[in-house]
Design a protein around this ligand. Structure first.
Ligand code: 3H9
Length: 689
């Protein structure tokens, strides 16, 4: 007996309860007493069956992630599962909440699994850059078949109890009183005296596997892995389950796990797991939150509509305001169409669509926002327009309502100052499409009240967003750093690189796409308009726009997209234009390698991040990583720009920044004081930031 594991006898059934809040992770403090309890019960005639259950809000949610990278203390999870499989009386896992990773593997060591109706089961190790290392890749396919197992293990997505029952993963689902029902179930299994077959010996489903089909499925998944090792290792391990004897396959799984857990990618992904949870801990989070029952959105365009959908998806009633009945009708029609697409794709039921649409109330009258507790402005990006909107909101909003702007660049302090209640004003910078993208930058203005901030941080979590609190500056964290990342793009072209070479350096690094392809996708006219408004110019991009080459939507941009294709093709016309512009400026073409491309784009990105930290615009380096991975596609396997900088080494980054600073004189290369200091003291040298 210990504080973490207790044993009770209920009608001849031994109930082993794990109690390790908050998520019952399988720390050493749990494994040791659990192993000892099972040894004692194995030979205890008073226990006709054994139930493994958990106290608190969930079944075991996995191995203890904080223990990875440290020496493993015995007994390991594998030893506990192996022990379970030697027990000659029925063993039953009683699952509520989530049975994830090592938790599900523990349950797979039992003869039976029963679950509460609301439970979810999965092997999410891949999201931590790992594969299930406790026999999950061997046992799950034996119950659900290899196709389903591969899908679950490579996606890492958990499935609900009902689906698990249909797939053969659980033996019964109960609507209430899980523990009592499980004890009754275990007793019945004991009384039946039927032969008990451990999951490891159930080979029927494996024999059904069509290996050629499996390999095709695995190859398709490998294509999507984009440089990540874990999804490939997952597929390899499941294949081993089909082709190798159990113990050999298990040994191979163990080796694959050991390699992944000590590698940079998993370290980076574990860093992100904790970084996201840290980012959620905004100062003042424990303050009394303001109640939010209804959300108002001003503007039903792409951004406003997406934000409105994000709240409706989270179950919040929404009032959508537009300037004219026609604009409102168009906005609502787009929302309806978006939901219809989800229904068509099978990701939303017709009933859920109706429910969500039922949450919308449209209006063209500001007075209808009077009952909203949070009002988010998503109108044209222009200070005068925003100030006018906030003046009107100030006049109609109820006292204590939070007024948020979705601005991407503008000064939230100035917007707040246009109201009589700056303490209630903050920024909520959503990313497009707002109903899909997970990132939310919450902008804290000078006078924002801590409880308003805490309320919005809490709401963000409730609508499934990953929120990061940032300070006021042009472009906040994400867009300000994006400008630094893109500052050299045209120079690289003028000096001899092609858009295709730059983009390839990015995709080889692990980004989903490079900056030029991204520009074509977003529309080059957006940046053109912004540059004109700010009196700026970009020699090549401006000319492309003058020629009507706005990107994918016009079939021409940095690339050509023939016949409506979405695949970019290199365009000799663009290359000729680049060379002509270079000649105008007297720049000779030279060969530019991938390393130089990365140095001149990603080192300025890191440098700007360091300046943001120095200025207190972001509270932690890991917050910046969360922004870049969730909002801009920074490769998860590299942990975000600041973590990656730590792996790359501050010394090397400063040395190369200085090199480019001397050569170009451009400020983006002037090393931040923080980076210089890290280089001097030898911090951030191969450790991860
Ligand atoms: C594995 O199992 C490997 C095996 O195959 C092989 C072994 C040989 N460990 O998310 P929350 C902390 S790999 C340590 O805010 P929720 C978390 O940091 C593992 N700590 O709650 C946070 O701490 P704090 C496979 C963990 O209700 C607190 O618990 N399993 C772990 O929104 C609350 O977390 C997974 O990948 C852990 N395993 O969501 C599951 N899990 O309060 C990972 C959580 O100090 N976990 N913490 O910030 C999750 O997905 C979610 O936490 C869960 C609850 C859905 C369970």
């Amino acid at each position: 007996m210990s504080n973490f594991v207790s044993v009770a006898n209920e009608n001849g059934v031994a109930v082993v309860t794990i109690d390790n809040p908050p998520v019952n992770a399988l720390s050493f403090a749990v494994r040791k007493p659990l192993y000892e309890a099972l040894i004692a019960l194995r030979d205890d005639p008073a226990a006709k069956a054994i139930v493994i259950a958990c106290a608190g809000r969930t079944f075991v949610a996995g191995a203890d992630i904080t223990e990875f990278g440290k020496p493993v203390e015995q007994p390991e999870l594998r030893a506990i599962i192996a022990l379970l499989e030697t027990i000659a009386r029925p063993t039953v896992a009683a699952i509520h909440g989530t049975a994830l990773g090592g938790g599900l593997e523990l349950a797979l060591g039992c003869h039976f699994r029963v679950a509460d109706r609301g439970a979810r089961l999965g092997l999410p190790e891949v999201k931590l850059g790992l594969l299930p290392g406790g026999g999950g890749t061997m046992r799950l396919p034996r119950l659900v078949g290899t196709a389903k197992a591969l899908d679950m293990i490579v996606s890492g997505a958990p499935i609900p109890a009902g689906e698990a029952e249909a797939a053969g993963l659980v033996d019964a689902v109960f609507d209430d009183d899980l523990l009592a029902q499980t004890v009754r179930f275990a007793g019945e299994m004991a009384d039946r005296s039927e032969p008990l077959v451990p999951v490891r010996d159930r080979n029927g489903r494996l024999a059904e596997t069509d290996l050629a089909f499996f390999d095709a499925q695995a190859a398709a998944l490998a294509k999507k892995a984009r440089g990540l090792d874990a999804p490939l290792a997952c597929a390899e391990a499941v294949r081993n389950a089909i082709t190798l004897p159990f113990d050999e396959a298990l040994a191979a799984e163990r080796q694959l796990f050991a390699k992944l857990v000590s590698g940079d990618q998993s370290r980076a992904q574990r860093h992100l797991f904790f970084a996201e949870r840290e980012a959620a801990k905004v100062p003042g989070k424990d303050l009394q939150k303001r109640g939010v029952a209804r959300v108002g959105i001003v503007g039903a365009g792409t951004m406003g509509g997406g934000i409105a959908m994000a709240f409706a998806n989270g179950g919040f009633p929404v009032t959508l305001l537009e300037t004219s009945a026609e604009a409102l009708r168009r906005g609502l029609a787009t929302i309806e169409k978006n939901y219809a697409v989800s229904v068509g794709r099978g990701s939303l039921s017709d009933e859920a669509k109706k429910e969500r649409l039922g949450l919308f109330r449209g209006s063209t009258d500001y007075a209808d926002l009077a009952d909203c507790d949070l009002i988010i402005e998503a109108v044209f990006e222009d200070m005068a327009v925003k100030k006018e909107v906030f003046g009107r909101l100030d006049a109609v909003a109820k006292p204590g309502a939070i007024l948020a702007t979705n601005t991407s660049y503008l000064d939230v302090n100035a917007i707040a100052a246009s109201t009589s209640r700056p303490q209630d004003v903050l920024g909520m910078h959503f990313f497009s499409p707002a109903n899909v993208m997970k990132l939310l930058e919450i902008v804290r203005a000078e006078k924002t009240a801590p409880d308003a901030l805490a309320t919005v941080a809490d709401l963000a979590r409730r609508i499934g967003k990953v929120a990061v609190v940032v300070g006021v500056c042009h472009g906040f964290v994400g867009n300000r750093m994006l400008a630094a990342r893109g500052a050299e793009n045209e120079f690289l072209l003028l000096e001899g690189a092609t858009p295709g070479q730059v983009d390839k350096a990015f995709t080889d690094f692990g980004w989903p796409m490079g900056p030029f392809q991204m520009g074509d996708l977003a529309g080059l006219d957006i940046g053109w308009r912004n540059r004109k408004a700010r009196g700026q110019a970009a020699a090549i991009a401006d000319t492309l726009c003058e020629q009507g080459r706005f990107g994918q939507k016009t079939g021409r941009g940095w690339y050509r997209y023939d016949g409506g294709s979405r695949e970019p093709a290199q365009d000799p016309e663009v290359e000729a234009l680049i060379r002509a512009k270079a000649a105008e400026q007297g720049i000779a073409a030279r060969a530019i390698g991938a390393e130089e491309i990365l140095e001149r784009t990603l080192y300025p990105l890191v440098n700007e991040g360091a300046k943001i930290l120095e200025e207190g615009i972001a509270a932690r380096a890991s917050d910046i990583d969360v922004v870049w991975v969730n909002g801009y596609g920074f490769p998860v396997g590299k942990g975000g720009p600041m973590f990656w900088a730590g792996v790359e080494g501050a010394g090397k980054i400063v040395e190369r920044l200085e090199h480019w600073h001397q050569r170009t004189g451009r400020a983006i290369f002037d090393p931040a004081a923080m980076l210089r200091r890290f280089a001097e003291i030898g911090a951030w040298e191969g450790a991860g930031g």
